[in-house]
Design a protein around this ligand. Sequence first.
Ligand code: PLP
Length: 400
Amino acid sequence: NLDFHPTGRHFLQIPGPSPVPDRILRAMSLPTIDHRGPEFGALGLELLVKIKQIFKTENPVIIYPASGTGAWEAALVNTLSPGDQVLMFETGHFATLWQKMARRLGIEPEFLWLPGDQGWRQGVQADMIEARLKQDIDHEIKAVCVVHNETSTGVTSDIAAVRRAIDAAGHPALLMVDTISGLASADYRHDEWGVDVTISGSQKGLMLPPGISFNALSDKAVKTSKSARLPKSFWAWDEILEANKHGYWPYTPNTNLLYGLNESLDMLLGEGLEHVLARHQRWAAGVRAAVNAWGLEIQCQDPAVYSPVLTGVVMPDGVDADAVRKLIYERFDLSLGMGLGKAKGRMFRIGHLGDCNDLTLIATLGGCEAGMKLAGVPLEDSGVLAALDCFARHPLDANR
Ligand code: PLP
């Protein structure tokens, strides 16, 4: 619409890509250098050490010039062979897409699910995984693959519980976890939780543009990759690990995004990861206070697994969530996440991750509240006031 000339900054409040801070944009604007030269090698080595702290691992982290979907594929093709069985859990749209990918690659995924719409409103049920693995006495299941922060629903699953379930079943399956939208916003511990492959991406908690993704590995995953028979070349860990020893990649890496990653890591580690996570928890509580005050439902029905990254807001029956979202976008220049897959038209998603602050979120909630009123959605109370009150009662930096 050429008549639409918004002024001020666009509010990008989708659950990723998240807004890129100016500091990162500036870092990425530096000239591209020789990716085989000494300056690049030093940068590569520095990055590969620092990134481990974000995944909480001592093991190697592979960086791909690809979106998160590429890193999903990398995790599967490096560890599995044609016809292998894997166990997955339907937590939402992204779990469903990962399962579809596995099928396309010639793997046989088995999808555990909760009846009705429950699966999309709860986290991974570790007891169901344990029960299924206990039945698998011949150890046909080669991997358990779950999504940590399901971006389509706003539910963060308990990965430590999944690890305990695998151990309780005495099963050797690998544990692979997608934390594409959880990393650097929701608590995540690759080593402590015994994850074999963690998959993540750049455009969420790391506050970078889309275009880099990750596989954090375990010794067991690296060992398994040596005999896994699915075809792989670009994604193959062995050549990348070899080149990474000297800070390089076997192909041309996306140099300027890596400048951005270095800046992002300095920002996050400089602030302290625990503080970053506390900030996200607090914002999420404020946004949930707003949804409660509006008298609307939160998509996640288990408070133990509310996502600190995003909140899914369910529209009352008969209200088209996409129409409300469109109105909010056009009137207030505010982007919200749409309902994906089974949730299409039923809800919108508010991202509260990365480079935002109390006032960004108050403005976001203001846009939602005003837009829903314009769309005729009945609201009980002011969500904006409830969030303000919540933020005031829980100052984050009281002792800093
Ligand atoms: N998994 C999750 C949980 C995601 O949120 C996304 C993207 O939003 C993906 C996978 C796919 O990643 P990408 O779109 O970067 O390929």
